[in-house]
Design a protein around this ligand. Structure first.
Ligand code: MG
Length: 202
């Protein structure tokens, strides 16, 4: 069986006055994560892991920092683009595993909800999603949230399965339109696709 592995990492600083969004979940906390988008450090790491698994670049090559379209953007838009990329390459997700590193809030009590939400966004079973958390002990990074993600993909043998996967995505019509537009822009401009010298503030 043809399989691929992908790895992603991201970090965002905490900032007062913005909502905390991790894994597509709004979490009650005095501070959120700073970023041009909603700062969802976990979805950004997963997005990079998916893109990396099919050698499709990284989040910054699709969503250039500072682009006004992504101001406060819902990071599930980025994730949907990555899902589209792995489908276009003929793959589907076997499982993902993640580690969050942050001083607060405590992730343990939220891990079940996070797993359900991430599984829903990826259209896979919660049993295929790992959510783990550590504190940044000894790193002096209590004001920062970091996320690591690995994904395993397998090649889809039956093309009809890919079509049914695409149908799920198409139910999110608005996101689908955005993703298709982006994919065509990026693939239509090879020079832009390979621009990796961007500062990732998504
Ligand atoms: Mg980010």
């Amino acid at each position: 069986m043809n399989m691929r592995i992908g790895f992603g990492w991201d970090s965002h600083a905490f900032k007062p006055g913005v909502p905390l969004i991790i894994g597509g979940l709004a979490i009650d906390h005095p501070e959120g994560l700073a970023g041009h988008s909603d700062g969802d450090v976990l979805l950004h790491a997963i997005t990079d892991a998916l893109l990396g698994a099919v050698s499709a670049g990284d989040i910054g090559s699709f969503f250039p920092p500072g682009d006004p379209r992504w101001k406060n953007a819902d990071s599930s838009i980025f994730l949907n683009l990555a899902i589209e990329e792995i489908q276009n390459a003929g793959y589907r997700i076997v499982n993902i595993d993640t580690t969050l590193i942050l001083a607060a809030p405590k992730i343990g009590p939220l891990a079940g909800d996070l797993r359900e939400r991430v599984a829903e966004l990826l259209d896979i079973k919660p049993s295929a999603v790992g959510i783990k958390a550590k504190t940044p002990e000894g790193l002096g990074l209590d004001h920062v949230a970091q996320a690591h993600a690995v994904v395993l993909l397998e090649q889809v043998e039956d093309p009809s399965e890919l079509r049914s996967m695409t149908a799920v995505i198409e139910s999110h019509k608005q996101l689908e339109d955005v993703v298709k537009d982006l994919v065509s822009q990026v693939h239509g401009s090879p020079a832009r696709k390979r621009t990796f010298d961007t500062e990732d503030i998504t």
